[in-house]
Design a protein around this ligand. Structure first.
Ligand SMILES: NC(=O)c1ccc[n+]([C@@H]2O[C@H](COP(=O)([O-])OP(=O)(O)OC[C@H]3O[C@@H](n4cnc5c(N)ncnc54)[C@H](O)[C@@H]3O)[C@@H](O)[C@H]2O)c1
Length: 436
């Protein structure tokens, strides 16, 4: 089956490579000429474990290619995936201009019946608008299907290759049969395809992200209470999570959630609620708790130094919004850095992969160190923001020897307070109550 993928970002690139790996002939198109030139040279524009190998293999096998010419990609394709960005507009609603522009170009370029599949996260009802746009410009029959993507950056390849569910929103039997054929290699061991109407499929993606984000903000709210009343959120988390009805995932207190999806998708869902006159009060609270939480660590550091951070050096571990990616979109680290700089501190930051991306954003305002220990040299305080595996078990004795001060702020609660304190350092977590 020939398929076209429009938009070669995190989703389009992974989906294109994944479908090619299962035997489809895939052409990935993007309007960003630099990105396509890199891909044609065999370079990968994003950091995503396993992706480089997957792309190289399928390019070599002749099943995967890249172009800036969307009509060439679309010609002869049975399936066209729309995987363009849907970034937030200033009012929080999703900017659908890329989606609609791509839909028009695709519709004009059809050379026969094709299924236009929306992989991008789009508000309820967007499929109807895409259908109307396509009807205006297409000379051939088509079907518009919602097939939201649930991959996680950092695990994107394995999430895509082994999805826990494939949501397909359509009432068109012909389109469904084509998608069943396309996804057959992914559902061989168990049928994980859930078929529903298009609007429900569109909303399912927002509902899933909203629930995950709700769990995080709920835990952050509780963590702040733990600090006030001398309880430890880590004990509370384990106690709660062992209840099978609750489960252990996404119950971690920390410096708040970021990334390209949760913040923008929550705001877009809230906006949909407002437009439908059904305000989503829980989600409004989730966003406001998260916005506050992103400032919490810098406030703790400032309080530790009696409000005076002038000339204090803070080593900052982890810039990416989560481990396994170089994506800095809405990363909590950026908020912590701005707060520390505004208070007069010097920041020496490090990250296993996101330093080039951070340098492009922050320039000379922050010093970047090549390793976690290098960043800690002469630091008055250390702040862990992203729980990269490399940072999970540092040598605290060595750190104590390198740092000028003693304060360690664990923004993800990944360290054992007693172990940190045994090295002569002072531990500060999120919601860990009174420490020895
Ligand atoms: N990043 C994730 O983890 C993730 C996970 C699930 C769903 N999503 C959703 O998938 C969508 C894409 O996300 P992303 O992170 O891959 O975005 P991205 O910003 O990394 O990539 C989008 C790409 O689309 C290209 N593009 C824009 N308009 C185009 C057009 N008219 N024709 C061709 N290409 C065009 C851009 O140049 C860009 O390369 C968004 O709706 C997002 O919410 C993202």
């Amino acid at each position: 089956m020939k398929i076209a993928v429009i938009g070669t970002g995190y989703v389009g690139l992974v989906a294109g490579a994944g479908f090619a790996d299962m035997g489809s002939d895939v052409v990935c198109a993007d309007i960003d000429a630099d990105k396509i030139a890199m891909l044609q040279r065999g370079e990968i524009p994003i950091y995503e474990p396993g992706l480089e190998k997957l792309i190289a293999h399928n390019v070599r096998e002749g099943r995967l290619s890249f172009t800036t010419d969307v009509p060439t990609a679309v010609a002869g394709s049975a399936v066209v995936l729309l995987a363009v960005g849907t970034p937030p507009l200033p009012d929080g609603s999703a900017d659908l201009s890329f989606t609609f522009q791509a839909a028009e170009t695709v519709a004009r370029a059809l050379t026969g019946f094709a299924v236009i599949v929306t992989k991008s996260t789009v508000p309820v009802g967007t499929g109807d608008t895409i259908e109307a746009i396509a009807r205006k410009h297409a000379r051939y029959e088509f079907a518009v299907v919602s097939n939201p993507e649930f991959l996680k950056e950092g695990d994107a390849v394995s999430d895509f290759m082994k999805p826990d569910r494939i949501i397909v929103g359509t009432s068109d039997a012909r389109a469904l049969a084509i998608l069943q054929a396309l996804y057959a290699p992914f559902t061989r061991s168990s049928d994980r395809m859930l078929v529903m109407d298009r609007r429900s499929a569109e909303l399912t993606k927002y509902a899933a992200n909203a629930m995950l984000a709700t769990r995080i903000s709920f835990m952050n709210d509780l963590a702040n209470l733990c600090d006030a009343v001398g309880a430890d959120i880590e004990c509370v988390r384990k106690g709660m999570g062992s209840d099978g009805r609750i489960g252990t995932k996404f119950l971690y207190a920390g410096v708040g959630f970021g990334g390209s999806c949760f913040p923008k998708d929550l705001r877009a869902a809230i906006n949909t609620g407002i437009e439908a006159s059904v305000p989503l009060r829980v989600l409004e609270a989730v966003v406001s708790v998260n916005d506050r939480q992103k400032h919490r660590l810098a406030e703790d550091i400032r309080r530790h130094f009696q409000g005076d951070l002038a000339g204090k050096r803070v080593a900052l571990w982890g810039l990416a919004f989560k481990p396994g990616t170089d994506d800095l979109r809405e990363a909590p680290a950026l908020v912590v850095i701005e707060d520390l700089l505004a208070a007069g501190a010097e920041v020496v930051a490090t990250d296993p992969v996101a330093i080039p991306a951070a340098q492009a954003l922050l320039g000379q305002r922050v010093r970047f160190a090549p390793s976690n220990y290098a960043s800690a040299e002469g630091a008055d305080a250390l702040a862990l923001i992203t729980e990269w595996r490399d940072y999970r078990r540092p040598n605290f004795q060595r750190l104590a020897g390198l740092m000028r001060g003693k304060a360690v702020f664990d923004g993800r609660n990944i360290w054992e307070p007693a172990e940190v304190c045994a090295a002569g350092l002072e531990y500060h977590g999120i919601g860990r109550g009174q420490q020895p």
